[in-house]
Ligand binder design. Sequence first.
Ligand code: SF4
Ligand code: FES
Length: 243
Amino acid sequence: MTAGNDTIRIDNQEIPFTAGQTIMDAALAAGVYIPHLCHHPGLPPSGNCRLCMVEIGNRSVAACIAAATAGQQIRNDTPELNAARKAITQMLFVEGNHICPSCEKTGNCKLQAMAYHLGMLDDHFPQFYPHRELDASHPDILLDRSRCILCDLCVRASRDVDKKNVFAIAGRGTQAHLIVNTPTGKLVDSPMAKTDLAANICPVGAILIKEKGYEVPIGQRIYDRQTIRDIGLYEQAEEKNKE
Ligand code: SF4
Ligand code: FES
């Protein structure tokens, strides 16, 4: 069966879409999970984690950016694509200090949950153990750049939802790093509040709300109870309910 006028086909499932939707939006709305870390419903895509790469014919596209177009035949949940996603996840792990047992985000961390989802059993690559600036200046918020995966979510959340423009990513390639848009470069001098979306959207343990880390015991946290697939579908449905 081929996909119709207003449908795409992902693996063996026909999926409806509406004009303007990305492949990611259409897939999640139909209950088809495409792995992602830098996509968040309601925020513009940035396309930088590359976890959501899917194949159309002999092309690879980022599902969070590519528009759904009638008749597309898309491969998503294949051993090859999932192996590539696992390698990307392993690289993210070694590039930062993601020492899960000593991180207070454990159980609530999307990177950790993605590793479980993809069956990652080791880091594969040598650890970098970076020493990047830690900013504990804000009374309520901690920023540990050594865990930042440069997903750009805090940048977009602060700019587009909180309307405060607290963060930016400076530099390119291996020099890329998260900066705070204040004269001192410190969070304490920014208008950021712990209720901001930017303070609560970090998928890893790079932005943490102080004095909250162990309120929920390990074993009862988000990804202790649900998979990243279920949460990904849930987040999209929640955004739809707001419309
Ligand atoms: Fe993403 Fe968190 Fe880094 Fe911001 S601090 S870019 S949300 S990983
Ligand atoms: Fe598409 Fe990150 S979710 S590139």
